[in-house]
Design a protein around this ligand. Sequence first.
Ligand code: SAM
Length: 238
Amino acid sequence: MEYFYVDPSDVQGPVLIIRGDEFKHLVRVLRKRVGDHVMVTDGKDTQFEAVIHALREGEAECEILDVQRGVNEPKIHVTLAVSLLKNPARIDFLVEKGTELGVRAIIPMVCERTIPSHEKHARLEKIALSAMKQSGRSFLPNVSMLSSFEAVVNNAEEYALRLIPHEKTEQSHFVGSVLKHHAQAKSVLIMVGPEGGFTDEELALASDRGFVPISLGPRRLRTETAALSALTWVVGGM
Ligand code: SAM
């Protein structure tokens, strides 16, 4: 069955309204009609089975038949804070694949060695929406506006576990063994550096704020590969 997104404010009691691009896709592309069944998510963990009740100019009114919470969502909430990259296509890729793999939020970040690029926030949100639908998730990951490295580390207290993948330090322990020691953590922040890596000062500040350095193995991974590898370990391992 086709999968659609509605803004939570468009779920009103036993009825939900599909509008905008989702409406166009429903009616113009898929040619759905009154009486057809659809699966819908509000992007806030709730999934609905609904039947189209009425089609009006620009909106489809649907009657809700069934409601389920947390469908296809990992039990652990993972936020990825990732440096912007010189090639914005790599961040697009990261947002798409991270969403498929179950990330809860993505924070594009500027570190000391980040090479500035022109990442479009609205574009990243669109990519996350499309990947959420494609992968059958019920939660739409939040893509933040650009943050500085300092802002991320200084506001990380809410996370039960803070990880900083880093390939060069002797203090880095293999991700698998670190996760075994933090099996109870339900919210995790993973912070991944730019092409040039983190500076010693950034590593020291992160350590001061309780970030645990982790190794993802002996090979030097590209930023987006490191982020997706760490995400997979955390979502799959807990
Ligand atoms: N030349 C940089 C350096 O020496 O730090 C390489 C940076 S790497 C391309 C980009 C980021 O990916 C790093 O800052 C780190 O967060 C992560 N990373 C890459 N390979 C890793 C590995 N094997 N283990 C842990 N983190 C890794």
